[in-house]
Design a protein around this ligand. Structure first.
Ligand code: LCS
Length: 406
């Protein structure tokens, strides 16, 4: 891996993971192959025995996948990374590697819905118990850790509430109790937050979001700090088999080149739009890390380099008003996912966080009226104009309802 440690993040985005190749191609080739030819039977045997380094079979490692992994590892300030077939495959790989029957996990109560569901179903079935708490409250973290707690799993800012947890303080608490800290850094990307530098042990991402950035790939990644962690994660991933393929790795690697630029734009527009929404008469409440009204605004300032491109809000008129807004936008696309160049809008309670059930949703502050938007890189005036026309329809419908009731 090239050493860009003395260069800026933008430079690393462009050059990380790019190695010289035999034809001098500026963009490295895609090794779209499932398997690699051995020179001799002895060569094959020695690769399998780990006596020689080299590629064997793409589920085990592939040069195109490895180049992307090296790039993300470098951007996160990690040792190495493991590309997975989806963000959920990365989440599963983390728990399958770090826990076993009888272990306990502490997890943020506001995380991507299927992460909660995975812990409450698959991991529970194998005897791993989870306590869900508000990890922005350090006293709750201290209280929830038990002698068999192996992992404190933090998503910050959390999906979809954008609740912020203090990575450095949580790491101190967890390490005192011999537990590892895993941070899902999907909402920030390494451009805005580096959990390993703050004390976390493992970082994961849904590559599907900001890292790829173009809504055309499903992928995930786990970033680790040292060789022994890398070896144990690689072993699990190889057995589970949830790897990313070469072409999707190529697309993610291409997306990474503009990560710094895109994140700058997501933050700049996110801040303008959140400030505009906060003043709008139809907004009942709003959550955005760049607003002083955010309950963990100060923690965000301490550990994030920017507020990001995600905004969550509740309208006056609750879920019905939210539905009308989602059906009235024109530039925004009504779709789940996030972190792409296009602006998206969705309803967590009936979509991304439906699977976890109402009780768990409410415990995590995910109310039925919440609407989540992912701010794309379109002109900010166009994004605001779209929200303005849609909110006008909501306002008109609300005033009609009031008239009827009078
Ligand atoms: N972690 C976070 C924070 C996520 O937001 C998601 C997906 C995942 C992990 C899982 O990644 P995937 O397997 O989808 O690549 N979040 C989604 C969302 O909010 N809308 O659709 C997917």
């Amino acid at each position: 891996m090239k050493n860009h440690s003395k260069t800026d993040f933008e430079t690393k985005c462009v050059h990380s993971g790019i190695e010289e190749n035999e034809h001098g191609a500026v963009v490295p080739p895609i090794y779209q192959t499932s398997t690699f030819k051995f020179k001799t039977a002895q060569h094959g045997a020695s690769l399998f025995a780990g006596e020689e380094k080299g590629y064997i079979y793409t589920r085990m490692l592939n040069p195109t996948v490895e180049a992307m992994e090296n790039a993300v590892a470098e951007l996160e300030g990690g040792y190495k990374a493991l590309g997975c077939g989806s963000g959920m495959a990365a989440v599963h790989t983390v728990f399958a590697t770090l826990t076993q029957t009888g272990d306990h996990v502490v997890c943020s109560s506001a995380v991507y819905g299927p992460t909660t569901t995975l812990l409450n179903t698959v991991m529970k079935k194998f005897g791993v118990e989870t306590t869900f708490i508000d990890t922005s409250n350090l006293d709750e973290v201290k209280k929830a850790i038990k002698s068999n707690t192996k992992v404190v799993y933090v998503e910050t800012p959390g999906n979809p509430t954008l609740c912020i947890s203090d990575i450095a303080e949580i790491s101190k608490i967890a390490h005192k109790n011999n537990a590892l800290v895993v941070v899902d850094n999907t909402f920030m990307s390494p451009a805005l937050q580096n959990p390993l530098a703050l004390g976390a042990d493992v970082v994961l991402h849904s590559l599907t979001k900001f890292l790829n950035g173009h809504a055309d790939v499903i992928g995930g990644i786990v970033v680790v700090k040292d060789e022994s962690a890398y070896q144990s994660f690689r072993k699990t991933l190889n057995q589970i088999g949830g790897v990313i393929d070469p072409f999707n790795s190529f697309l993610v690697h291409r997306g990474l080149k503009t990560l710094a630029l895109r994140m700058e734009k997501h933050c700049e527009s996110g801040q303008i739009i959140a400030e505009w929404l906060e003043k709008h008469p139809m907004i009942e409440s709003i959550s955005y890390p760049g607003l002083k009204s955010h309950p963990q605004y100060e923690i965000g300032l301490k550990q994030q380099k920017g507020p990001g491109g995600m905004i969550t809000f509740e309208l006056r008129g609750g879920i019905e008003a939210g539905r009308l807004l989602m059906n009235s936008v024109k530039l925004f696309q009504l779709a789940v996912s996030l972190g792409g160049v296009e602006s998206l809008i969705q309803h967590p309670a009936s979509m991304t966080h439906f699977s976890m059930g109402k009780e768990a949703r409410l415990a995590g502050g995910i109310t039925d009226g919440l609407v989540r938007i992912s701010i794309g890189i379109e002109n900010v005036k166009d994004i605001i104009a779209d929200l303005e026309q849609a909110l006008k329809k909501v306002e008109e419908a609300n005033s009609k309802e009031v008239e009827v009731h009078v």
